[in-house]
Design a protein around this ligand. Structure first.
Ligand SMILES: [Fe+2]
Ligand SMILES: [Fe+2]
Length: 168
């Protein structure tokens, strides 16, 4: 079974979604820029929630040395992220352009909260590129080295004996 995404990241995405909804409600040029951003952000966040952050839900457990055969499900998720990474980084480029426009409108119209939200979203994307995406990929590679025999396709079969420490 796949883990739940880490609470801190779930809350971060939720707060960014809420702040964006607030910017849309302001209306006018800010609302219009925020809507453009939302059309890019919605599918992107969904993909992150489904593919990137689920694996990170196990990062702490794995760092404690508790690896179980069932974690092999994450290997395929991490491989999917690896192959989709260029596309996800291209989405970040598009999102950054839309965020820049929203930030400019916010400054022009004297809305510091919206300008602050724009800066926060920029930082969020950088944190993903510098830390979270690589961490999810490294986690998948590590689990693969422990749980998937060389040359085998990643499997969800929990019944095989992997010779790993039981979860305590
Ligand atoms: Fe994100
Ligand atoms: Fe992202």
């Amino acid at each position: 079974m796949l883990p739940a995404m880490p609470n801190s990241l779930r809350i971060e995405h939720e707060q960014l979604r809420e702040d964006l909804d607030q910017a849309i409600r302001i209306g006018g040029r800010i609302g219009e820029a925020a809507r453009v951003l939302q059309s890019l952000l919605r599918p992107h966040f969904r993909r992150e929630d489904d593919n990137v952050f689920l694996g990170l839900g196990l990062l702490r457990t794995v760092a404690e040395g508790k690896v179980t055969p069932g974690m092999s499900e994450l290997v395929a998720k991490a491989e999917q992220l690896k192959s989709e990474l260029p596309e996800m980084l291209a989405e970040h480029d598009q999102i950054r352009k839309a965020v820049e426009r929203l930030g400019q409108e916010a400054i022009r119209e004297g809305r510091p909260q919206v300008a602050f939200f724009a800066a926060r979203l920029m930082r969020h994307a950088s944190m993903e590129e510098e830390v979270l995406y690589p961490a999810a990929i490294v986690l998948g590679e590590y689990l693969k080295s422990l749980l998937v025999p060389a040359g085998a396709v990643p499997s969800n079969d929990r019944s095989r004996s992997m010779g790993v420490s039981p979860l305590v």
